[in-house]
Write a protein that binds this ligand. Sequence first.
Ligand code: ZN
Length: 250
Amino acid sequence: MGNAKKCAEFIKESNFIVAMSGAGISTNAGIPDFRGPNGIYVSKKYDPYETFGLKYFLQNPVSFYDFAREFVSIIEKVKPTFTHYFLAKLEKSGKLKSIITQNIDGLHQKAGSDNIIELHGSFEKSICLQCGKEYSFEEMKKKVFKEKIPHCDICGGLIKPDIVFFGEQVKNFENVEEIIYQSDLLLIIGSSLTVYPASMLADFARGHIIVVSNGKVNIDSSRADIFAREDIDEFFKNVSKYFKEAKEYE
Ligand code: ZN
């Protein structure tokens, strides 16, 4: 039996599916040059520590905001991939309970998924570090193109997007352990599992594990029921063929 068919069988048998996604799921969306050490996208143009180091940011956020300006224009244009939509449908069917993502690109939301845990936060919200005023993505977008370093309209304080920098705690981690523990099928998609906490999350799984990635993945391959080393969208297109006939989701 091919991997895609096997994956479809596992999905049909499962009732508490959890997906974990990393940068690889967004590559086909057109963010290929923005892969970073922390699941956060960084191109060679930006030094990861000068860009995402909290200490650096507080002293001199120029590098971060140069990155942010470019990233914001990219995420505005890109569209979710087949796999983002596939997961959204799987959630609507009731089988997929949660998506845990290392990405900050918002593509799961764009695809229509609701139950998303963003370990590294997102650009959806930004916060003034001095008075706590919140800025929406739209407000920040205007600001990054108007101001070299965006400051608060109220108090003049420095504004920081709600994404996780080096030196900060990942978000929602306690929930994540519990959710993965409950899963009967864990889909690990486009994550290398090298960055904490993603690197250890698979250990909480008690059910089946399917890994889909065209890059290296830091997992004991005997632990995975399926290890599909191929293009992620091609794989899930093949998987979806086994559903369409039976209309088992949609
Ligand atoms: Zn303020």
